[in-house]
Design a protein around this ligand. Structure first.
Ligand SMILES: Nc1nc2c(ncn2[C@@H]2O[C@H](COP(=O)(O)OP(=O)(O)OP(=O)(O)O)[C@@H](O)[C@H]2O)c(=O)[nH]1
Ligand SMILES: [Zn+2]
Length: 293
């Protein structure tokens, strides 16, 4: 028996890295009865059947799990937005933040295309940077076009599994390609050996970059809150989470309740009003959600 991490899933094989070796493994064993499918990012126990082949016998418990892209044990997500083209939207950014927080994954905010910003826009973006840093997030202003801050991004990968997320067109693929210029070549190579076109095979692969693992897919560009309850929503806003113990009522949703520490903090400008308004908007969205059967 050996242990390793699934780095890639392709055509029914799970490619497990153990030490320096990569083993092409088939799924078999106990986890089939448990009805869980191995995911890229999983730690697994496997039987070596030949030189570089094997059978997965066991999947180790997961820290986190994403379904789009399907990856287990993701530590952090780079949420990419852009200053311009498409214009910066704090509402969308907050949606992504809430989604990532709800999955127990650490968000990092990347605001891309700073090369396109005029003075006024740069000023606005810096104000947002200050607000989100106060909340406790790391914020990177970035340009995939100029690429001067590449090391800033790369140092964040160490000993982590990272995915990229963000609205369409913000530059996720551009940043990925800038980080790993050989990426497109590798993707083309894999598909060619299977005799298929580049875009027909959807697979996820973890790439070794700067001592960490980065998912080679631009990740998700839409999020939904269907798995989040009203009570959980406040936990996805760090500045609300730290204050909610001071609310008068346990289970306070920080809406109409009296003696709410969160509303007091909004009134005293301790919490950004727009963040609180987004919270209320998401709360309403969850409230109006049709029950699913
Ligand atoms: N000026 C400028 N353009 C950029 C920058 N980063 C990306 N772009 C351009 O923005 C467009 C969209 O970039 P992509 O990398 O395809 O964006 P994406 O987020 O992967 O988009 P989807 O694949 O649709 O999710 C492309 O034309 C890029 O060349 C940047 O930092 N500055
Ligand atoms: Zn409250």
């Amino acid at each position: 028996m050996a242990e390793g991490r699934i780095m890639k899933a392709l055509s029914g094989f799970y490619y497990v890295q153990s030490g320096e070796e990569l083993y092409a493994c088939k799924g078999r064993g106990l986890f089939r009865k448990q009805k869980i499918t191995p995911l890229v990012g999983d730690f697994v126990v496997f039987d070596k059947s030949a030189d570089s082949e094997g059978y997965i016998q066991e999947i180790k418990p997961r820290k986190t799990e994403l379904s789009r892209p399907p990856i287990a044990n993701v530590d952090q997500a780079m949420i990419v937005s852009s200053v311009n083209m498409p214009p910066f939207s704090s509402l969308l950014l907050d949606r992504f933040l809430v989604f990532i927080e709800s999955k127990q994954i650490q968000p990092i905010i990347v605001i891309n295309k700073v090369d396109l910003a005029d003075e006024e826009e740069l000023e606005m973006i810096k104000e947002y940077k200050t607000i989100y840093e106060k909340v406790g997030y790391r914020v990177l202003l970035f340009s995939a076009k100029q690429r001067d801050d590449m090391m800033d991004i790369k140092t964040l990968f160490q000993e982590k599994i990272t995915v990229f997320a963000g609205q369409s067109g913000v530059g996720k693929s551009s940043i990925l390609n800038a980080i790993k210029p050989s990426l497109t070549l590798e993707t083309a190579h894999i598909s060619k050996s299977l005799g298929r076109g580049r875009h027909t095979t959807r697979h996820v692969e973890l790439l070794n970059i700067n001592g960490g693992l980065v998912a080679d897919t631009p990740g998700f560009s839409v999020v939904d809150f269907s798995h989040i309850s009203k009570e959980e929503l406040g936990l996805c806003f760090p500045e609300i989470k730290t204050l909610q113990h001071y609310c008068k009522f346990r289970g306070c949703l920080h809406d109409k309740e009296p003696g709410c520490a969160v509303k007091n903090a909004v009134n005293s400008k301790e919490i950004a009003t727009y963040r609180y308004n987004h919270y209320l908007q998401f709360l309403e969205e969850i409230h109006l959600r049709k029950p699913r059967y």
